[in-house]
Design a protein around this ligand. Structure first.
Ligand code: FAD
Length: 455
């Protein structure tokens, strides 16, 4: 008898395709975590939303697959937490770090969060995104909206805000978004146009809405290679030390990989997501290739070759993608870069908001999805969105950028991990830092750091 498929391996029925020229309260471009969040929150507030997704479920998403505590509040609010917990996943209880010299330290996630099931999970994005999108597309359709998959936005339409001609490229705030042109069913598919005065750009690092804002309207740069990261991931079965469905995820500052890192994130009791990430500017400078680096670490590194000796890579799972970091850019007024204009708000990767130290981006996509929805509901200005987004995320993104820059120095990693592996007080401080913003502030207190590290 044929084995029945898991729910996240099945297609999602998103109903009828709206008529050409249809008008909505809001159009959300992209159905990943950022777009699902924006569409879900808008729909729950009773808005008619058009949710557009280029892919066709079931679909993969290249990621490390860790879903941190920040995400789980939104996963719960959007009504997906129980469903997620009823499917296979790995419950994260801590993070193991190793230094280039090979010292290791374990940082426990806060015990209360672990007990309350609020610390973090890891599970394949194919599964996570399916559960989230499916729930949010239901919310959208129950509230008078519509959803299209296999539908790529190809153009954003503008006017002058009074229904007059589009003032044209490079005309910044004189332009007001009014709708999108889409292709349904692939490149040669049918073209249609939909209208709304509120558009959310959530189509990831190559989002056409972000390009229409940053590049086309304001003639600013989209990509800065010192703030974009290359990431490569593979799925492996039977990696030693990843069994049991609960435990630690691992971040290794391997000598050959620094200034990047090698990760092992189990995603259920059989499979682990294994990958490498490095800032693209540094990758180019060092002339490194992520796939080859990973092969070398797995086959030859003393910490890992035994663990992978009886493991096998899942065919076709080796894939690369980019992470647009939210690290503050030099001389940029709109940090980390412009994320709004009349009628448009960008969320998640489309607004370049991935944490520059940990590589986490799902949480910030969910947070900004909700923020964009709230700003649309409250009728706030584009400037208010940009300012509030940076007020919420700026301090931690700036902090993480400092940590990323420190982690490029091998001697410092060796010294710090060496100290931390011997001093429980440092491990506790790191646990605290994961749990509270106040504890993160301590990182900036030279006296606190001196005391903790030296005595
Ligand atoms: C190798 C790697 C490892 C990572 N590891 C982690 C991790 O462990 N934890 C973590 O939190 N984050 C991680 N990230 C970052 C994380 O994947 C992203 O930050 C997150 O997916 C951002 O969500 P999003 O909704 O903004 O964009 P996406 O998830 O990229 O979703 C965008 C959606 O838009 C659709 N789309 C694209 N173009 C169009 C178009 N023209 N029209 C309509 N739809 C379109 C896409 O099909 C996609 O569904 C990793 C990223 C990479 C590359």
């Amino acid at each position: 008898m044929a084995q029945s498929a898991n729910s996240w391996e099945l297609p999602i029925d998103t109903g009828e395709i709206p008529q050409n020229d249809a008008v909505f309260d809001a159009i959300v471009v992209g159905g990943g975590p950022g777009g699902s969040s924006a569409a879900g929150y808008l729909a729950m507030a009773g808005k008619s939303v058009l949710l557009l997704e280029k892919g066709l479920w079931p679909r993969d998403k290249i990621c490390g697959d860790a879903v941190g505590g920040k995400s789980l509040g939104h996963v719960k609010a959007l009504g997906v937490k129980e469903t997620l917990e009823s499917t296979p996943h790995f419950r994260v209880t801590g993070i193991k770090f190793s230094s280039p010299k090979g010292n290791t330290v374990r940082v426990a996630l806060p015990e209360e969060d672990v007990q309350r099931l609020e610390a973090g999970y890891s599970l394949p994005r194919m599964q996570f995104d399916h559960l989230l999108f499916d729930r949010c597309q239901h919310l959208v359709r129950e509230n008078g909206g519509m959803v299209i998959q296999d539908c790529a936005v190809t153009q954003v339409l503008f006017d002058d805000g009074n229904g007059g001609e589009d003032p044209g490229q490079g005309m910044g705030n004189q332009r007001h978004a009014k709708g999108v042109v889409v292709k349904i069913g692939g490149r040669k598919g049918e073209e249609r146009t939909y209208f709304s005065k509120e558009i959310v750009g959530a189509a990831g690092y190559q989002c056409p809405v972000a390009k229409a804002v940053v590049k086309d309207s304001f003639s600013e740069e989209m990509v800065d290679n010192m703030h974009y990261c290359g990431g490569y991931r593979e799925y492996w079965r039977n990696v030693k030390g990843c069994e049991g469905g609960i435990g630690d995820i691992e971040i290794h500052f391997v000598d050959s990989v620094v200034p990047g890192y090698f990760w092992i994130f189990p995603v259920n009791d059989e499979v682990a997501n294994v990958g490498i990430g490095m800032v693209i500017g540094l990758l180019k400078k060092e002339k490194k290739k992520l796939k080859a680096l990973q092969k070398d670490v797995i086959e030859n590194h003393p910490l890992f070759k035994e663990r992978f000796a009886n493991a096998e890579m899942i065919d076709g799972s080796g894939k690369g993608w980019q992470l647009p970091f939210g690290s503050p850019r030099k001389k940029e007024k709109n940090q980390p870069r412009r994320a709004s204009m009349h009628g448009i708000r960008l969320v998640g990767d489309s607004a370049s908001l991935v944490d520059p130290f940990s590589g986490e981006g799902v949480g910030n996509a969910l947070v900004t999805g909700e923020l964009a929805a709230n700003h649309i509901l409250a009728g706030k200005t584009p400037e208010e969105y940009q300012a509030e987004m940076w007020k919420i995320l700026g301090p931690e993104l700036t902090n993480s950028y400092r940590m990323q820059k420190l982690s490029r120095k091998k001697w410092l990693l060796n010294w710090f991990v060496g100290k931390a592996s011997k001093k429980p007080q440092i491990q506790e401080m790191m646990t605290e830092m994961i749990a509270s913003k106040e504890a993160q502030e301590n990182l900036h207190s030279p006296w606190f750091m001196f005391k903790t590290l030296m005595f």
